[in-house]
Design a protein around this ligand. Sequence first.
Ligand code: SF4
Length: 458
Amino acid sequence: MSSPFALISLGCSKNLVDSEIIVGHMLAAGFGPKVEPEAAELLFINTCAFIDPAKQEAIDTIIAAGRARDAGDSPASQKIIVAGCLSQRYAKDLVGILPEVDVFMGIDRALDVATIAQACLDGTAERIYTTDVSTYMPDFSTTRFRLTHKHFAYIKVAEGCNHACAYCVIPRIRGRHRSRSQRNIIKEARMMVEQGVKEINLIAQDTTYYGMDKWETRAKKDSGVDSSRGESLSTLLRELNEIEGEFWIRVLYTHPAHWSDELIDTFAQCDKVVKYVDLPLQHISDDILSSMRRMTDGAYIRKLVTDLRERVPGMGLRTTFISGLPAETEEHHAELRDFMEEARFERAGVFPFSKEEGSLAAKMGNQIHHATKKRRANELTMLQSNIADEIGQEMVGQTIRVLVDEPGLARGMWDAPDVDGSIHVDPILPVGEFADVTIVDSIAYELFAEGAQEPDFS
Ligand code: SF4
């Protein structure tokens, strides 16, 4: 079966886990070695379709791969297989306009990838392998080849989403929320720690909803059941925290609506859980949050931010905001700007509203002119950059724990892999290990510790 293959993984860490499953299954079936795209007999492009720029990136990557094949930069016999969200949602629309693609493969077909790949090489493959509604869920026993650094890994605790945020199409692509069992996740985490993983990143479309889909099922069966006794992010973190070894647990993608006092206490009390929360708030105005269908309002968000800061010492907050949702006025925008100034998030990204085909927000009246959206988003980005600068300067003189990613580069508790900044450290510090370093300088999100080499800005 041996055929060299390559994989280009686009999008977020949730997609990266699917890419790891594709690579794992290909290697287990005897395909390989894994090579660069220009040497591959089979090229997988695992795509994202969250917003228009992500779709465009996916299509550009596909077209570039086709051109490379036509130009002889990659084997003329190379097969191009497009997997992931773009295929899941748009395969039927794209099949006629992207002739360079040999096969479109939906999310649920990741486990059949070797069979599809072989059919593709044999010339017997169909053009499309997708399901209408995704129900797929990887677990501990799913074959996977990790593509991250050896010392950090992602664990997908759930798949899909039960929300109906007006600007988002992910539930249509990824299906309803389904949580893995806590036992299954703990087993995977233990194995990772034994293999030397020092940072476990828990991911899902909505990690704070972890376990709750099962509460609903149980509550429907027996309305007398106390739903608080079900598995939850809190129970999961507490059990992960008991695993022996020196490692961090990081939680990404927490929906603000599902935070509870119990979860805040868990963050405060579990020493292995990093004091960092990824909390996509999206806005602060009641009007806009209501249009977004975020199940939160300004007062709730303000209280949550205050509680997290007061009750979890050393907490760093990362968030995202969407600027320019339909009907956003200058007053709504000013309210968001004032909130960002007052909350001083350690990390924040601001994105202009993207009108996603099939989303509720795309059909709303009062769409904002793209120049206005851009201006507002730029203004908030500039503001956040000044806040980040100030926070960086406040850290000068502090000694903090970091995890070294590569020679001279590390991340602290407030830096999620691939999303946040880095800390420049002494290049002699061993890669994949924790170290305590003293911060001596900062530029925006980049910090410099004692012994770090001068950055080369040339
Ligand atoms: S919580 Fe909202 S934004 Fe996040 S995936 Fe679900 S629907 Fe989309």
